[in-house]
Ligand binder design. Structure first.
Ligand SMILES: [Zn+2]
Length: 215
């Protein structure tokens, strides 16, 4: 964090940081891109803190995992912006790092937005990764607002499992709740606009709940 003289007074103020959002459907490489950026920051000798919600149980409990099996150490937190704030500020960790990464940001409440902007105001580089839409094709939680406020938005495409075209949608397959604890593969597919059929049978609240378990 570079310091500059505050022209109005004696206290030096931090230069603002940046907010980066990585979004797109499942299987578009969001976690992979987040991991790539965090690794590059580490190579540049920047100190990195990485968080993920504890509802993402696939693969590893204490690491971000991408579908391509790249991993990065992550602190597991409940998807609650107050808990994340505590993890950052009460421990003093926020003073120790230059870069804050957060995966599966779609599961957090709207309080994640002012928290992200507060970190940016403190000079942090904040990198958030998450789904932009639900499998009912509705904007997902706080992600659209974060995209609007970001310095940089990277919207990734997956590959349509039906035709091979670039895919912007997450297609939920089947309706059985018994499949809930199975990993993402087989439950969801990436689809293009032409081949996407929004999953509309379950109420939105239930969809959020199910996706929280397996997304
Ligand atoms: Zn297609």
């Amino acid at each position: 964090m570079q310091l500059q003289q505050n022209p109005a007074g004696d206290q030096p103020t931090a230069q603002p940081g940046v907010l980066e959002v990585i979004t797109g459907p499942m299987f578009s490489g969001k976690s992979e891109e987040l991991i790539r950026r965090l690794k590059r920051a580490r190579i540049a000798r920047q100190r990195v803190a990485c968080y993920k919600p504890d509802i993402d149980l696939r693969y590893h409990r204490t690491a971000i995992a991408s579908h391509s099996e790249q991993t990065h150490e992550a602190v597991v937190v409940t998807p609650n912006s107050d808990r994340l704030r505590e993890a950052l500020f009460f421990s003093g960790q926020v003073d120790q790092v230059e870069v804050v990464g957060l995966d599966e940001v779609q599961f957090f409440d709207d309080g994640i937005q002012p928290l992200a902007m507060e970190l940016v105001a403190l000079g942090k580089r904040v990198i958030l990764a998450g789904l932009d839409t639900t499998f009912a094709n509705e904007p997902f939680g706080p992600v659209p607002a974060l995209m609007a406020l970001a310095d940089k938005v990277t919207k990734l495409n997956a590959v349509c499992m039906t035709c091979g075209a670039p895919a912007i949608h997450t297609q939920r397959l089947g309706t059985s709740k018994e499949l809930v604890m199975v990993g993402a593969a087989g439950m969801y597919e990436a689809r293009c606009r032409q081949h996407f059929q929004p999953y509309v049978e379950a109420p939105a609240a239930e969809q959020m709940e199910l996706s929280a378990v397996i997304a």
